[in-house]
Design a protein around this ligand. Structure first.
Ligand SMILES: Nc1nc2c(ncn2[C@@H]2O[C@H](COP(=O)(O)OP(=O)(O)OP(=O)(O)O)[C@@H](O)[C@H]2O)c(=O)[nH]1
Ligand SMILES: [Mg+2]
Length: 203
């Protein structure tokens, strides 16, 4: 058996009891680890639309802060994870480069919530994502991906991103399946809390 096949069989199939499917997007600036997160957490072999960054992108692709990066997402990433016997998340990773941002509004269609990944070395790159999500009225959480950047306090990050206390902010390592799963659980808990309080207000 080759490694690709064994990799696939190691991933659990979708449970027959799964009847609660939620579409989730992972957004954020260029190179913050969106594709890495979808890859690390997905139960199925993820679909990626990665292309090699060539010299043609110099001056267009802002790769100065991520010098080890050789590919970039040009459409979206797709993965799937079962959180429990009933709940399955369909994960879409957005492309981070500005020239592909026009795809985001389409990706948001039917989405219940979002993870905004941030790199503390480049917090400003996440402003656009937060702005778009607020524009769409879409619930989201913020996850600080660990690139070994400055260890700002949570309050400093909230202030820099103008994040209200009601938006969860957590730390993660997108390369770790467990850590990425924790991010998704935090988002789903947040979505349930929001829908419960909305229900309480209407009763
Ligand atoms: N140190 C560290 N590196 C990471 C982490 N997550 C991702 N990386 C690395 O950062 C680089 C960028 O990761 P990607 O997942 O391609 O980033 P992206 O946000 O999908 O990038 P675009 O789609 O091009 O915007 C890769 O080389 C990853 O290996 C992390 O948590 N820590
Ligand atoms: Mg990507």
């Amino acid at each position: 058996m080759d490694s690709a096949t064994s990799d696939l069989t190691a991933r659990p199939p979708l449970r027959s009891t799964a009847d609660n499917g939620l579409k989730i997007v992972v957004v954020g600036g260029f190179g913050v680890g969106k594709t890495t997160m979808v890859r690390s957490v997905s139960d199925i072999r993820p679909l990626n639309t990665e292309e090699t960054m060539t010299r043609a992108g110099v001056g267009v692709d802002d790769a100065d802060d991520v010098p080890t990066k050789t590919t970039t997402t040009i459409a979206f990433d797709f993965g799937r994870i079962s959180l429990d016997a009933r709940t399955v998340l369909y994960l879409f990773g957005a492309p981070g480069q500005e020239r592909f941002w026009f795809l985001w509004d389409r990706l948001f269609t039917g989405t219940l919530g979002a993870v905004v990944l941030v790199d503390t070395r480049r917090l400003v790159d996440s402003w656009y994502a937060i702005d778009r999500l607020e524009h769409h009225g879409m619930p989201f959480i913020v996850a600080r991906n660990d690139f070994g950047g400055p260890q700002y306090s949570a309050d400093d990050v909230r202030e820099a991103l103008d994040l209200p206390e009601t938006v969860p902010l957590i730390d993660c390592d997108a390369r770790s399946r467990e850590s990425s799963k924790e991010v998704l659980i935090t988002l789903v808990d947040h979505l349930y809390a929001l829908s419960s309080s909305a229900r309480e207000r209407t009763t």
